[in-house]
Design a protein around this ligand. Structure first.
Ligand SMILES: *[C@@H]1O[C@H](CO)[C@@H](O)[C@H](O)[C@H]1NC(C)=O
Length: 382
């Protein structure tokens, strides 16, 4: 745009008269006339160029200002497709091959892309918290993953009174092109357990999802005592979790527990699905954090996380991001009373073992239903 404008000025100068028939009789008048004519042409061309491009120049400056505040524009490109976990890759492909729905309002990035108040709840179910739950289980799940939701509703999500305490299970969804909006609404009418916000639901946006969970807990459910962020492919021994939280020595505030990770190096290999650039996260190690598969926290923390996140640059590792929030707040995650209860992978199902733990990562939803059914059958598990 700017190059073209300068080009037209150059052409204008070439248009000045080369010959003047009066040059022999009035040389002084000729040079003054030439100068005046040249000036006229230059002024005319300049005016023309300015009137055509002033709007775009203004826009250009406005955009530069927008991207430079409060961080530089490098922060905006904070997720790359290298980091997609294989089992979630289909979600990203689905998003990449489609365009954004036209009904989505433009996102205002007041603080940064993961600041949850940049997004709006489409489904919100705030009345579910009137029961003053002891524990709220928040499950991030892709909109089209009905199978995972149904398996949870038949198993650990089914229980609303556990060890005498009110427990509610809710699913957190973002937007997905593949999702059938009517079906989701019907599902919500039936179960009243869907929370949906208007960010694009992709694996690389999980930090946004976690922060939206925190915002929901802070604004819709502040009276709950504890909450847990638990993945949709998890086995959760909900009784053991409530028994743990009922122990008198469990803190009621500023408490975060789960599988505690300390001194974890940031993955700098670009081929890794966990790759995070130095631009996004400069330190070589993450602060102490709890593994994202399932972490439990006192419900005073969500509001503090949302507030402190304003000043913490987002990156795509959601559990480590919560670790950053804890660090900035001056708190550290605590090991659970029995650390062996928070397990990641299990080699094979063992009824006795599953009766003692709190978490295990599972495979397909049917596995959860099968293991749960077996665990709940009468007779001692060990
Ligand atoms: C994350 O969500 C935002 C807001 O909907 C969207 O603009 C962006 O494209 C998403 N990013 C990825 C990597 O999916």
């Amino acid at each position: 745009m700017m190059d073209q404008d300068f080009g037209s000025v150059g052409n204008g100068q070439k248009r000045q008269p080369i010959e003047n028939p009066c040059h022999q009789t009035k040389p002084l008048f000729r040079s003054w006339f030439q100068l005046l004519l040249l000036l006229c042409v230059v002024v005319f061309v300049l005016c023309y160029a300015l009137s055509n491009s002033s709007v775009s120049w203004q826009t250009h400056f406005a955009l530069q200002k927008h991207y430079k505040w409060p961080f530089n524009d490098k922060n905006k490109v904070y997720m790359s497709s290298h980091q997609v976990h294989p089992k979630h890759r289909h979600i990203l492909i689905e998003i990449q091959t489609t365009t954004e729905p036209s009904t989505v309002q433009p996102v205002k990035t007041q603080y940064h892309q993961a600041y949850p108040r940049n997004y709006n709840f489409i489904m919100d179910n705030k009345e579910v918290c009137k029961q003053n739950p002891f524990l709220v289980l928040m499950v991030p799940v892709a909109p089209n993953n009905v199978a995972a939701r149904d398996a949870i509703r038949k198993t650990w999500g089914k229980e609303s009174l556990v060890q005498g305490e009110v427990v509610i299970t809710l699913f957190m969804l973002g937007l997905s092109e593949g999702a059938d909006v009517d079906k989701l609404q019907q599902e919500n009418v039936q179960y009243h357990d869907l929370i949906q916000s208007d960010f694009m639901d992709t694996y690389l946006n999980l930090t946004i999802k976690t922060m939206v969970i925190m915002d929901w807990l802070a604004t819709r459910c502040p009276a709950a005592a504890y909450a847990m962020k638990v993945d949709s492919d998890m086995f959760l021994n909900i009784d053991n979790l409530v028994i743990m939280l009922q122990k008198p020595n469990i803190p009621k505030t500023n408490y975060l527990t789960g599988m505690v990770m300390t001194n974890r190096p940031v993955v700098r290999s670009k081929d890794s699905k966990w790759y995070v650039s130095e631009e996004l996260y400069p330190d070589p190690e993450y602060p102490t954090y709890t593994l994202g598969m399932g972490y439990v926290f006192s419900n005073d923390l969500p509001e503090k996380f949302v507030e402190v996140s304003k000043s913490i640059k987002p990156f795509n590792i959601e559990d480590a991001y919560i670790g950053m929030c804890m660090k900035k707040l001056g708190f550290t995650p605590t090991s659970p009373p029995d650390p062996s209860q928070f397990q990641a992978y299990n080699s094979k199902y063992n009824r006795c073992e599953f009766s003692k733990v709190i978490t295990f990562i599972l495979g397909p939803p049917q596995e959860l239903v099968d293991y749960w059914t077996d665990l709940k059958k009468p007779g001692p598990p060990c």
